[in-house]
Design a protein around this ligand. Structure first.
Ligand code: ADP
Length: 743
């Protein structure tokens, strides 16, 4: 310093001083005691000092209070001893109190003559900017070091200069290890190195950056690690010359793993979809491109896999205008799934446009918002079946409604009137308001009559019930009146095989019954009126025969015999008519007692043999058994069967009568070899006035009442009567009566 002063002129010294005091640094002069003599402009500005105040200051006042001790104990003693002190110390701003870190050079100035220190000079450089930069750098380094990504610096020659903590961990390099000593070839494969040299570095040098995928090799294990690499060229800010290459790399393994997982799950989903038992498909994008469709879906659409990859309207042009594309658009925009239930669609399948019905879902995929998942089940068959059922029910309804016969349908245990056709309503004397009501409410007059219990019985047992000419009392025109019906209660089964309805078909036979009554009354009256004169005629004829005493084979005798025979026939007819009258009026007189039908049959056969010599009656009584019944009435039956056998077997002579016991019944069979009864007449011949040869002239006289009366007698006696065809010719009539078992 002294040499310098010696070398330069005093002018030059002045210039140097001016340079110093006008410079950016803080410059101050003070006495050895610290009284401040001078502070330059930059210094005042730095510490916020007004110029006029500086003379009253001591230099420790520039310091932050915590620095004062250090100054007194360390800085000042050193300065006084050694003549200078250079170091960092913290000043303060007088106005704001802000600490100002400074780098100070403290010098003692000596008196040139006495060589004693006379002042202290201080030059202080403001370190705030520098420290700020340093702290920012520190922060940046913290950032770099705590970054999850690998960050590194490379020299231009491609050697490693710095690698952050994450990078070290990723590559397996110990924190302590000097990265500069690790050759780059131990962190990359040969291919990668070649790539770095031939492509990456030239690209960074030329374009200032390079980004792409890249891989590194684990320092210890040698595992190849895929990385996403962003390299930039770092240029010197002053010279603009490249100085290094910075790289930020991200481990791609988690990404790849996630991608793999997604691919795997997608593959799984696709597999699942392809094998799903329901129709599934995927539609992508705004055009609803069919990106996948399982075989069920292709089958439902009636298409092959050629449809895959096509927009839906191209693959299924027929759906345009049917509203589905619009629904898909809504689902795509809103993300709200759409559920279609029994939706009608026309599809071009098997060469023709078909009506089909589907339950389906359109759902936007949660993972891929551009994909819509379609799941569908075809329900065409069910819908058709439903329609057919509805149609058949409709047909059934109209069949009932249009039927000329009074018909009604009752439902459930309450016998709700489900249908009642106009004929039935008329028959009931009610209007349509009864429909939907329980039968007992709609026709309260039925309560106490047998119909409702009978209907419930049919509902319970499933056994059809039919009856003819049954009396019912109905309120018609506000009046309870008797009616007679032939009716059927038919149980109807539902789809589960349970009886839930009963069909009632009825014919009003009231007028017929009334006519029959008139007829019965007439027959009763006529037969009654005929009986007295007949008895009288018979009496006179017998009297005449006894008075005439004619010869046996004289004409008179023959004529009298004929008269008697005809009177008997007439009497028989009258008896039959009277019997019918009694039966119909429920007044058949029955006087039961024990007797043996075998013996009775033998007696009757014997009697008849004497009257009808034309036929030979063979009797075959196998067993004798007692029955408890009216023997006169049973005689009437046997006589009727035997007379018929004789009457309807002209030209034949044989009649066989058998009596035997079977299963607690005495059975009497009368077999003839006559004209027989053809099948169609067999059940009807037991009806009153039924005659097979009606209208064929008087070949076989009769009224058609004998079998009717016989069957009523047998019914009354608790037995059964029937007719069965005999082999070859003729017929077998039989009846059975229960064997008397004692009281
Ligand atoms: P009727 O003999 O007075 O006509 P029935 O009631 O005894 O009345 O018989 C009814 C009908 O049954 C007869 O008209 C006849 O056609 C038929 N019939 C009855 N018995 C015989 C029989 N043994 N062989 C053939 N037909 C018979």
């Amino acid at each position: 310093m002294n040499e310098l002063i010696k070398l330069i002129t005093s002018d030059q010294q002045k210039q140097l001083l001016s340079l110093l005091i006008n410079g950016p640094d803080f410059v101050s002069l003070c006495t050895i005691n610290g009284d401040v003599n001078y502070v330059n402009g930059s210094g005042c500005a730095m510490v916020g000092l007004e110029r006029d105040k500086k003379n009253k200051l001591v230099d420790t006042e520039f310091l932050m209070p915590f620095e004062v001790d250090r100054f007194n104990q360390e800085v000042n003693p050193t300065l006084m001893k050694e003549g200078k002190w250079i170091g960092k110390i913290v000043y303060r701003n007088f106005l704001t109190g802000e600490p100002i870190p400074v780098h100070t050079t403290n010098l003692l100035i000596y008196d040139s003559e006495t060589a004693l220190p006379i002042s202290r000079a201080t030059i202080a450089r403001d370190l705030r900017q520098e420290e700020l930069a340093l702290s920012q750098q520190k922060k940046l380094m913290t950032l770099v070091n705590s970054s999850k990504d690998l960050m590194s610096l490379l020299t231009l020659s491609g050697t490693n200069e710095y690698i952050n903590e994450s990078g070290r961990q990723l590559l397996g390099i110990d924190t302590q290890e000097d990265i500069r000593k690790i050759h780059i070839s131990s962190l990359h494969t040969e291919d990668q190195l070649r790539f770095v040299e031939e492509e990456l570095l030239p690209s960074v040098m030329q374009h200032g950056q390079w980004s792409g995928t890249f891989s590194a090799r684990h320092y210890l294990s040698g595992e190849i690690i895929p990385l996403e690499n962003n390299c930039i060229r770092i240029d010197d800010p002053h010279t603009g010359q490249p100085t290094a290459i910075g790289a930020v790399m991200r481990d791609l393994r988690p990404d790849l793993k996630a991608q793999e997982a997604i691919r795997h799950s997608e593959e799984k989903f696709r597999k699942l979809m392809m094998h799903a038992p329901v129709a599934m498909g995927l539609l992508e994008g705004a055009a609803f491109r069919v990106s996948a469709a399982n075989p069920h879906m292709l089958f439902l659409w009636g298409k092959t896999d050629e449809i895959i990859g096509l927009p839906l309207v191209k693959g299924l042009p027929e759906i345009e205008g049917q509203g589905f594309i619009e629904i898909l658009q809504k689902v795509r925009e809103s993300g709200v799934s759409y559920y279609g239930y029994e939706t009608h669609i026309q599809l071009h399948r098997q060469g023709q446009l078909e009506d089909a019905y589907f339950n389906f879902v359109y759902a936007r995929s949660e993972e891929e918002a551009d994909t819509i998942i379609v799941v569908a089940t075809e329900v065409t068959r069910q819908i058709q079946a439903k329609k057919e059922l509805e149609e058949s029910e409709q047909r059934f309804r109209s069949l009932i409604l249009d039927a000329p016969m009074a018909t009604a349908l009752y439902k459930g245990k309450d016998l709700i009137i489900e249908i009642a056709n106009p004929a039935m309503l008329e028959l009931w004397g009610k209007d349509e308001s009864v429909i939907g009501k329980p039968l007992h409410e709609a026709l309260p007059e039925l309560v106490g009559q047998p119909f409702i219990p009978r209907l419930l019985e049919v509902m319970k047992t499933g056994i059809l019930y039919h009856t003819d000419q049954e009396k019912a009392e109905l309120v018609v025109n506000g009046e309870l009146q008797p009616f007679w019906f032939n009716y059927t209660y038919k149980p109807l089964y539902n789809g589960s095989g349970i009886i839930d309805r009963v069909l009632n078909m009825a014919t009003d036979v009231s007028s017929l019954v009334r006519l029959q009554k008139i007829k019965d009354d007439f027959i009763a009256l006529a037969s009654h009126e005929l009986k007295t004169p007949m008895t009288t005629i018979k009496g006179y004829a017998q009297l005449l025969a006894s008075r005439l005493e004619v010869e046996h084979d004289s004409l008179e005798n023959k004529m009298l015999f004929k008269i008697n025979q005809q009177i008997d026939k007439l009497n028989q007819l009258i008896v039959e008519m009277l019997d019918v009258t009694h039966i119909r009026a429920g007044k058949m007189l029955f006087r039961p007692r024990l007797f043996d039908p075998g013996t009775l049959t033998a007696e009757i056969a014997e009697d008849l043999r004497s009257v009808y010599q034309t036929h030979a009656i063979t009797l075959n009584v196998k067993e004798n058994a007692a029955v408890y019944s009216d023997p006169d009435k049973i005689t009437q039956v046997i006589t009727n069967l035997l007379s018929n056998a004789i009457k309807y077997s002209p030209g034949k002579t044989e009649i066989i009568v058998s009596v035997f016991v079977e299963q607690q019944y005495v059975i009497v069979l009368v077999r003839d070899f006559g004209i027989g009864v053809s099948e169609e007449h067999r059940t009807k011949i037991f009806d009153q006035f039924y005659r097979v040869n009606e209208g064929s002239g008087g070949t076989y006289p009769g009224l058609g009442l004998g079998l009717y009366i016989s069957s009523e007698i047998i019914k009354h006696a608790g037995g059964k009567i029937w007719m069965e065809p005999a082999e070859n010719t003729g017929s077998i009539f039989g009846f059975k009566l229960p064997v008397y078992k004692g009281q």
